[in-house]
Ligand binder design. Structure first.
Ligand code: NAD
Length: 259
């Protein structure tokens, strides 16, 4: 009889990760391939996506392809899912992870900035989930993982980011809505809500990087999370040991939102 580690493997499964050229998406894509899945690295940045795909293929020996796609563009998302199915031979799971953070005080935030943040962080999840979901609903089911944020639960300080916070709260409620709609039809939908994680989004941002010491002072663990600390939950959600898990939000934040 297979032990729990064998049961958690993703051998034979096919999936894609958006925003996978770097950061959290690169990390979960690597973990999915390490667990035995074939993977598509989906990103706006094709050059980095190609590098990441080669790196993961060399590391794991799995089939790893790269696909350029702006996840806010309906036509491109449809073509991307078609290309994943064509190149990998099916689609069992996906991680809708691409996102951006625009920091501006609400009274100075332009409507264009607001719409951009909502478009990349929330509209894209609707598009990715429904296009992938349509395929899964008609091909025996699947698992969808969305990246929300602890910012869906709390208002981060000191940086002002009302659009980001609102977009991520929307991701959780969209996740739950799709989970309920598709619960009897074999498609599960869950999300992760990371706390502050050390990626280019935080470490290389001229506005956010100077705030890290302050965030660490507020954090019960006194540090940022690492992208690797999110990967096992995503492998669990993509696989067959989580078949009763849908509509759940996994807050992985080192207890940041506990008080
Ligand atoms: P990152 O900036 O390091 O990587 C994001 C990737 O998404 C990049 O490769 C970028 O090219 C891609 N991308 C951006 N816009 C895109 C678009 N329109 N279409 C396709 N790809 C696009 O960010 P990260 O830290 O890895 O964050 C990944 C996700 O995790 C985001 O949704 C973010 O909001 C969320 N998150 C991050 C943190 C954190 O502290 N880093 C915390 C909570 C949630």
């Amino acid at each position: 009889m297979a032990g729990i580690i064998e049961k958690m493997r993703l051998d034979g499964k096919k999936g894609f990760v958006t925003g996978a050229a770097r950061g959290i998406g690169k990390c979960t894509a690597t973990a999915f391939a390490e667990a035995g899945a074939d993977i598509a690295i989906v990103d706006l940045d094709l050059e980095n996506a190609q590098k990441t795909a080669e790196e993961i293929a060399d590391l794991t020996g799995q089939k790893v392809v790269s696909i350029q796609c702006d996840v806010t563009n309906e036509i491109q998302v449809n073509e991307m899912v078609e290309s994943v199915v064509g190149q990998l031979g099916g689609l069992d799971f996906c991680h809708a992870n691409a996102g951006i953070c625009i920091n501006a005080p609400a009274e100075k935030m332009t409507f264009t900035q607001w719409k951009k943040n909502l478009s990349v962080n929330l509209d894209s999840i609707f598009l990715t989930d429904t296009v992938a979901g349509r395929y899964m609903l008609s091909h025996g089911g699947g698992s969808i993982i969305n990246t929300a944020s602890m910012s869906a639960h709390i208002v981060n300080v000191p940086q002002p980011q009302c659009a980001y916070n609102a977009s991520k709260a929307g991701v959780i409620q969209l996740t739950k809505s799709l989970a309920v709609e598709w619960a009897k039809r074999g498609v599960r939908v869950n999300c992760i809500s990371p706390g502050y994680i050390g990626t280019d989004l935080t470490l290389s941002s001229p506005t956010l990087q100077p705030l890290i010491a302050q965030w660490n002072d507020m954090a019960p663990m006194g540090r940022l999370g690492k992208p690797e600390e999110l990967e096992s939950v995503c492998v669990y959600l993509a696989g067959d040991t989580s078949t009763f898990t849908t509509g759940s939000d996994f807050c992985i934040d080192g207890a940041f939102t506990c008080f």
